[in-house]
Design a binder for this molecule. Structure first.
Ligand code: NAP
Length: 475
């Protein structure tokens, strides 16, 4: 193949290896080759688990783990622009958003370094029972063991950081399988972790046949935890197949927002326009369903639609672009079909609904019934619905009318309404006067129902990747 695009090897047992087989990564915008990467399968996956297990036989003390994490944060800080360019090239993410992702990944490593330093157990009040009297007991936080990590395409740097950094903070070696469409950001992180002094075997990165690598991670009993971010379809199957492992799932959402009549509608319109279409809606918490008090509905729509129409659609490498391509043509055509389903059912397309060149225009749909895919499934594209409601009860019922439960938002100036909504929205997180697309990396972030079963954010992920060992002392 004649190409000048970079070739990247895989990290296995501390060596950068080729496999004789290559995977080509293309720009979702131009179709040009971004680069090619060595392609792994089951054999490399088994060797990676061997290497991770061997690495963990010589535990790294907390101060060394913390120092490595701090060094990665510093290295990444100096390579932030490179990382952003890479994210943008392989994922088609507009540069503005890619830069935010790169900055956030620095903070993910920084927070993980803190967690490595404060990993503590607890003392058990033994004399609280007659049986325990005269004894002292405490718990040690032990690393759970080798971690298998699988990550999606949409945040190819920071979601990989959310796998690798807490695992190292917890003292676990990792076998990582990043998304095939976006492996280069993960390989950049692997390079930085190696440069930061991570010893051989602690991180192994395999790109390639998802099911073959996944099967090894599921079946090999030395892999004690699987941490997966991606679609529910894949995630729940992994969990079913690995009942004896800790399987931590971060999955999708159909993100709702409630807008009360007392909200600052200009501010709401601006936040919604910025958060329903960024990265072409391909964030698990992209605003998708906007429910508005009937008396505020017309005004909100009148303020919102022009802001959506002002978004710049185009080349993700262009500094001014707000909305770029979807990850591939199949994904785009699926979303177009969902828009058509809504249109055929009588919904009104207020703006967008079609293509601008090859790109899907930001689309706002009114009058979409609750049974339509755009109203209850995860669109994962640049589409949102607007729907009026008469009572808070009705709004909450509509918002909860999905199998998902990751984050939801409510805009109101009334604290009682905000807290009532936060109590009753069946989601892992509720934002008030902020779009539910908001995430800071130290937050406990994760879903209920079909959106998953865990919380990420280094402090919370470290808890999931360690287990208590009880020590009882006879005094
Ligand atoms: P996906 O298709 O489920 O892929 C995610 C990862 O799973 C990729 O690395 C993929 O590998 C791998 N995979 C696919 N089949 C597998 C198998 N049989 N065994 C093991 N691994 C397998 O998801 P996606 O399209 O990349 O990401 C979009 C989804 O992720 C959306 O639903 C989104 O909401 C969700 N998401 C959730 C969060 C969160 O924090 N809750 C964050 C971001 C995204 P290949 O790439 O090689 O196929």
């Amino acid at each position: 193949m004649a190409t000048t695009a970079p070739e990247r090897k895989l990290l296995l047992a501390g060596d950068w290896i080729e496999t004789g087989d290559w995977l080509e990564v293309r720009s979702p915008y131009s179709g040009d080759v971004v680069g090619r990467v060595a392609k792994a399968g089951a054999d490399e996956a088994r060797r990676a688990v061997d290497a991770a297990e061997a690495a963990m036989r010589e535990p790294l003390p907390a101060y060394e783990r913390a120092a490595i994490l701090d060094r990665v944060a510093r290295l990444l800080e100096t390579r932030r622009e490179d990382a952003a360019q890479l994210i943008s090239a392989e994922a088609g993410k507009p540069l503005k958003a890619a830069r935010v992702e790169a900055a956030r990944a620095v903070s993910t490593f920084t927070f993980a370094a803190v967690e490595a330093r404060k990993l503590v157990g607890e003392t058990v009040p033994m004399d609280a029972s007659q049986a325990g009297a005269g004894k002292l007991a405490l718990t040690l936080r032990r690393p759970i063991g080798v971690v298998g990590a699988i990550s999606p395409f949409n945040f190819p740097l920071n979601l990989v950081a959310h796998k690798l950094a807490p695992a190292l903070a917890a003292g676990c070696a990792v076998v990582l399988k990043p998304a095939s469409q976006t492996p280069f950001s993960a390989l950049l992180l692997a390079e930085l972790m190696t440069e930061a002094g991570l010893p051989r075997g602690w991180l192994n990165v395999l790109v390639g046949q998802a099911s073959a690598i996944g099967d090894v991670l599921v079946e090999d009993e030395r892999v004690r935890a699987l941490t997966f971010t991606g679609s529910g379809e894949v995630g729940w199957k992994l969990a079913e197949r690995a009942p004896r492992k800790r399987v931590k799932l971060e999955l999708g959402n159909a993100t709702p927002v409630l807008v009360e009549a007392d909200a600052d509608l200009e501010d709401v319109a601006a936040r919604l326009a910025a958060n329903a279409f960024a990265f072409a809606g391909q964030s698990c918490i992209s605003v998708q369903r906007v429910y508005v008090r009937r008396e505020a509905y017309d005004e909100l729509v009148a303020r919102f639609v022009p802001k959506v129409e002002a978004l710049v659609v185009g080349d993700p490498a262009d500094e001014s672009t707000d909305v770029g391509p979807m990850i591939d043509r199949d994904a785009r055509d699926r979303v177009l079909a969902w828009i058509e389903e809504a249109r055929a059912a009588g919904a009104e397309i207020l703006t967008g609904g079609g293509l601008e060149g090859e790109l899907l225009r930001p689309t706002v749909i009114a009058g979409a019934g609750p049974g339509l895919k755009v109203s209850c499934e995860e669109v994962f594209g640049p589409v949102c619905t607007v729907t009026p409601y008469d009572t808070l009860d009705e709004a909450i019922e509509l918002a909860n009318g999905t199998r998902y439960g990751l984050q939801a938002g409510v805009f109101t100036r009334d604290v009682k309404t905000a807290l009532a909504a936060a109590e009753r929205l069946e989601f892992g997180g509720v934002t008030v006067n902020e779009a539910p697309t908001f995430r800071a990396d130290q937050m406990p972030y994760g879903g209920v129902k079909d959106s998953g079963n865990t919380r990420e954010g280094p402090a919370y992920a470290v808890r999931e990747l360690t287990e208590d060992r009880l020590v009882v002392l006879e005094l």
